[in-house]
Design a binder for this molecule. Structure first.
Ligand SMILES: Cc1cc2nc3c(=O)[nH]c(=O)nc-3n(C[C@H](O)[C@H](O)[C@H](O)COP(=O)(O)OP(=O)(O)OC[C@H]3O[C@@H](n4cnc5c(N)ncnc54)[C@H](O)[C@@H]3O)c2cc1C
Length: 352
């Protein structure tokens, strides 16, 4: 991957673009998690930011609204070691911003038949702590007697997705960003200044190697048990998990399917997800199903996000967050801000 290495992008009179009054206007296209973080960080950096989204209802057409949303750099380093470092940076940015982030770590358990998968996961991620049954019960009393062992990643966090996205939208507005919902971007020709393009999977028209990876999840409600932190149940096909949201809601996710079909959840996926919740604790069998949903994760071939600087710096594409949009959105936003301010290179930023 070619990192950016040039100095600041220059405007009409040779001034760095970010300080050139003619170019300080930035239109962020797309109010998914990447666009929300871009709008907030760029507005706080002093740019005149306009955040637009085609959907009149906030987040309704975004993949982001379907996310977990777990910030789990350790667990997610399984198969992608780069995620750990970038993810730890992302976590730090969230902690500095979002007071309702739940900093309770993550647990990973495996059914007796999946012990080989547990051993493979431990080799790939080096969990900071391995708990026995008593240690697991001490952390999550509801899981007392359910599993002989668990991996514990104490430094991870999670949040309830809709609340976090609403918070970011308000924070961007408070930082001075102008928010225009129900406005579809039709191309750079009619947009003044810099475009930061965060259209997610819709940017496939300009990013031919962007593919969609379908993810399905189910929101359930029960008062029968309480969890404090996300619990992952290792599974040979999907990274299944239950995330406790506020009150009595739990998000059960998520399939990872090489498909660009955003249609309703399949029976097979619903069985797998609900089966995972039931395997975690039979009390989930009595839960109410509140909502099912499927989203398309925008993904590049290496499953890492990237920032592409095009058209002399006037068109900046931020995309490919795959399973890590929440985790990495702040890192990508600070990388764009640093690039605009001083041409600072970043391993996820490419000049094309
Ligand atoms: C089931 C599931 C679970 C997940 N769990 C996690 C998790 O736990 N942790 C994590 O970090 N990530 C998770 N992810 C991944 C994360 O959701 C994605 O990486 C992220 O949503 C990608 O965000 P985005 O902003 O690029 O795209 P989107 O959220 O899709 O946003 C794109 C926005 O652009 C708008 N748009 C498109 N075209 C136009 C146009 N022409 N004009 C104006 N607006 C336009 C759309 O309306 C949309 O709002 C999960 C994903 C799924 C599907």
């Amino acid at each position: 991957m070619e990192a950016s290495k040039a100095g600041p992008i220059r405007g009409a009179k040779g001034r760095p673009l970010a300080t050139d009054p003619e170019h300080r206007q930035i239109t962020v296209v797309g109010a998914g998690i990447l666009g929300l973080w871009q709008a907030l960080v760029l507005a706080r950096a002093g740019h005149r930011v306009r955040l637009i989204d085609a959907s009149a209802e906030p987040f309704a057409a975004s993949a982001s609204r379907l996310a977990g949303a777990m910030l789990a750099p350790g667990c997610e380093s399984d198969g992608a070691p780069e995620i750990r470092d970038f993810g730890e940076q992302g976590l730090a940015y969230w902690r500095a911003l979002y007071p309702r982030l739940v900093n309770a770590g993550s647990l990973v358990v495996a059914a007796p038949r999946d012990q080989a998968e547990a051993a493979r996961f431990a080799r790939a991620t080096a969990p900071p702590q391995t708990l026995d049954a008593a240690g697991l019960a001490a952390l999550e009393p509801a899981l007392d007697g359910r599993f002989a062992a668990a991996f514990y990643f104490p430094d991870e966090a999670h949040m309830a997705t809709p609340d976090a996205m609403a918070f970011l939208l308000d924070a961007a507005r408070a930082a001075g960003a102008d928010i225009a919902l129900g406005e579809r971007w039709a191309g750079s020709a009619s947009t003044p200044g810099i475009v930061v393009d965060c259209r997610g999977f819709a940017a496939q028209d300009m990013l031919p190697d962007l593919r969609g990876v379908r993810g399905e999840r189910i929101l359930i409600r029960t008062r029968e048990l309480q969890l404090t932190r996300p619990v992952r149940l290792l599974h040979p096909r999907h990274p299944l998990y239950v995330v406790p949201w506020s009150g009595d809601r739990f998000l059960v996710g998520a399939t990872v399917l090489e498909s660009e079909d955003a249609g309703p959840i399949s029976v097979r996926s619903a069985l797998e997800l609900l089966g995972a919740a039931y395997a975690l604790h039979p009390a989930f069998g009595e839960a109410e199903i509140l909502e099912t949903g499927a989203g398309i994760r925008p993904s590049f071939p290496d499953n890492l996000p990237r920032v592409e600087i095009r058209d002399g710096g006037r068109h900046i594409l931020v995309n490919g967050a795959y399973r890590h949009g929440f985790l990495l959105a702040p890192v990508l936003a600070h990388a764009v801000a640093a690039h605009l301010a001083a041409g600072t290179p970043h391993p996820l930023v490419r000049l094309t």
